[in-house]
Design a protein around this ligand. Structure first.
Ligand code: RUB
Length: 306
């Protein structure tokens, strides 16, 4: 939880792999590869839900098995890590430009959690001279909303800070909802901070459009072969102090960090490759992440052989 947001998590992982590759002193290629694979597995295990993390690691580690010596393996890995970090930054900038076009002068926007790309769209709309106002939720239990309101305040954007349960009370004052994503599945469902699906449900009922801002590396290739996105469940003491919890023997605190919003609640997903209806998620997985069914079959065969 030191690094917040799926995009930042992905860039931090690419940076960590690059720095680790540069610091390794092993000369032997199989030993170098084994060290890097251990590091990659350790990074993947840090946050289970944000698919940007395994996607970034897959991109950085790709081709390691084809290197002829350690120098080549190291140089290739550094090049791919730097390439990923740079393309991620460009993606965030492009999404801000595309997303801002969906915000009209005079609009009130609601956002939930702290998404670099969702805020990028809002800040770009403000920067381009549109008069906008924002509702930002608190985001219990970790209060990511505090980071969001600071960013919006620093950008000079009029902002209303509300508790999560007040979304329905204010939805009729809202013209557009914009959130980020931790993962987008092949059927266009969006996994994002807990509470996002309630916001989406409320927006749908009130006929308020909901946009998801998500880089292509937030799309989850392995959902094509039926894998589910693992929803991180965090420690109970984030919700209720241990001292109180232990006096309540019949109470169990549940603390899932993310939830799933079905595609039919989402009007558009804005990616750096352009805006798509959520139902087109598979096209992004195939065309932009370069994962095709043959690769899945190969990985399934490998698993069978283990
Ligand atoms: C952050 C969160 C964000 C998405 C998208 O959760 O759910 O909405 O990760 O963020 P946490 P971004 O604080 O638990 O990491 O657009 O910055 O990638």
């Amino acid at each position: 939880m030191e690094i917040r947001g799926a995009g930042r998590i992905a860039r931090a992982a690419a940076e960590a792999l690059r720095d680790h590759a540069l610091s390794l002193e092993v000369k032997d290629l199989p030993a170098f590869t084994a060290e890097m694979e251990t590091a990659a597995a350790m990074l993947v295990a840090t946050r289970p839900t944000a698919v940007s993390l395994p996607n970034a690691i897959h991109i950085v580690m790709a081709g390691l098995d084809k290197a002829k010596n350690t120098g080549e393996a190291q140089a290739g890995l550094v090049r791919r890590a730097d390439g990923f970090i740079q393309s991620s930054r460009h993606a965030v900038e492009n999404i801000a430009q595309f997303g801002a076009r969906h915000i009209r002068d005079g609009d009130t926007i609601l956002t939930h959690c702290n998404s670099e790309v969702a805020l990028g769209c809002i800040i770009e709309a403000h920067r381009s001279g549109k008069d906008i106002e924002v509702f930002a939720t608190e985001v219990r239990p970790r209060n990511q909303g505090h980071i969001t309101i600071r960013t919006l305040n620093d950008a000079g954007i009029r902002t209303n800070f509300i508790v999560d349960s007040a979304v329905r009370s204010f939805i009729n004052d809202v013209d557009l909802v914009i959130v980020g994503a931790d993962a987008v599945t092949v059927n266009g469902a969006v996994v994002n901070k807990i509470g996002t699906s309630q916001v989406a449900h409320t927006a749908k009922e009130a006929r308020v459009n909901m946009i998801v801002a998500a880089e292509t590396y937030k799309f989850a290739p392995r959902t094509v072969i039926g894998e589910f996105i693992d929803i991180e469940e965090r420690p109970p003491d984030e919700v209720l102090p241990d001292a109180i919890a232990k006096t309540l023997q019949h109470v169990t605190v549940r603390n899932p960090a993310f939830d799933v919003t079905p595609a039919e609640y989402i009007d558009l997903i804005v990616t750096e490759a352009g805006a798509i209806p959520p139902q087109m998620a598979y096209v992004i997985i195939r065309e932009y992440l370069g994962w095709d069914i043959a690769e899945f079959q190969k990985s399934l065969e490998l698993n069978h052989n283990l």
